[in-house]
Design a protein around this ligand. Structure first.
Ligand code: NCD
Length: 298
């Protein structure tokens, strides 16, 4: 595989192989792991804010013996008027083994791919509201650590679905793994029409008998100027507290890609509660990103 731009670049077998690779990397000693891709390089180019994705890609690369550098927009020459294409060509001229990029524009990685020199692996760390494949992989990996028969699980995704590349990639990934038991709930204007068949009528219906609950942030920065929202009623209508979580199965797990807005989409009692796997997602993020890099570079 040359690049990872969307979860649909993978097959179900590829996903299972990545999970196996993650398991194997986990079992290695630190020095064995550092030999895996010793001396190779990763450049992280982030045009949007990031905590988890940026740090975990860098850590993942370093854990494999790679050298990783990050450029975030506040410090780049974009501020001095350099065009996007010139920035990419400049970084490509440094001949990194991988370019890991996050950008607010949908599908921009396809454009980058069209002129990126052969030999540089491009990884999508999130493009607009389109795709976030490494997040879907770490979400699916986390789910599979807690639940068998992933294809049968009832998975509920609640919140701002429309602006969520996390939801898009997760829905595609679940469907690759044979799960079409996905239930979405949020304000009608924040559920894209393509997902109408998966939309629940109310929160109770969405959560009842659910095995996996995924909460999403209101991604205000991705709202178009004509899109509006009343945040004051969000928590009452779409927020998850421990009372509402009782509608789901007793052993349901709760995921959130982060960053969380406590008291808006999720109560602290749930975020920090026994059913939350939110910090496991973060931990698995480092491992899954190691598996992605190791797979692309091997
Ligand atoms: C998500 C993203 O950037 O799309 N965050 C992440 O990568 N963990 C979700 C979000 O921003 O709400």
């Amino acid at each position: 595989m040359q690049h990872l731009l969307a979860i649909n670049d993978l097959t179900a077998a590829d996903i299972q192989a990545l999970f196996k690779r993650a398991d194997n990397l986990q079992k290695m000693t630190v020095s064995e792991r550092r030999q895996r891709q010793l001396g190779k390089t990763a450049l992280c180019l982030f045009y949007e804010n990031s905590t988890r994705t940026l740090m975990s890609f860098q850590l993942a690369a370093q854990n494999l013996g790679m050298q990783a550098s990050a450029l975030t927009m506040a410090y780049s020459s974009t501020q001095k008027g350099e065009t996007f294409d010139d920035t990419i060509k400049t970084l490509a001229a440094m001949a990194p083994d991988t370019l890991i990029m996050r950008h607010p524009e949908n599908h921009i990685h396809q454009h980058v791919k069209s002129f990126l020199p052969k030999g540089i692996h491009l990884i999508n760390a999130g493009d607009g509201q389109n795709q976030h494949p490494s997040q879907a992989l770490l979400d699916l990996y986390t789910i599979s650590q807690h639940k068998n028969n992933i294809e049968q699980l009832k998975v509920t995704v609640i919140g701002d679905i429309k602006h969520s590349r996390v939801a898009n990639s997760l829905i595609d990934g679940l469907s690759l793994l044979g799960n079409n038991n996905i239930h979405l709930y949020g304000p009608a204007n924040l559920i894209p029409k393509v997902h109408t068949g998966k939309t629940a009528e109310n929160l109770k219906q969405a959560l009842t008998d659910s095995d996996v609950v995924v909460m999403l942030r209101i991604q205000k920065e991705r709202f178009a100027s004509d899109e509006s929202l009343d945040i004051s009623t969000w928590y009452a209508q779409y927020g998850l507290d421990s009372e509402k979580l009782k509608w789901a199965k007793a052993d349901a797990i709760v995921l959130h890609p982060g960053p969380m807005n406590r008291g808006i989409e999720i109560a602290s009692e749930v975020a920090d509660g026994p059913q939350s796997v939110i910090l496991e997602q973060v931990k698995n993020g480092v491992l899954i990103r190691q598996a992605i890099l190791d797979h692309l570079l091997s």
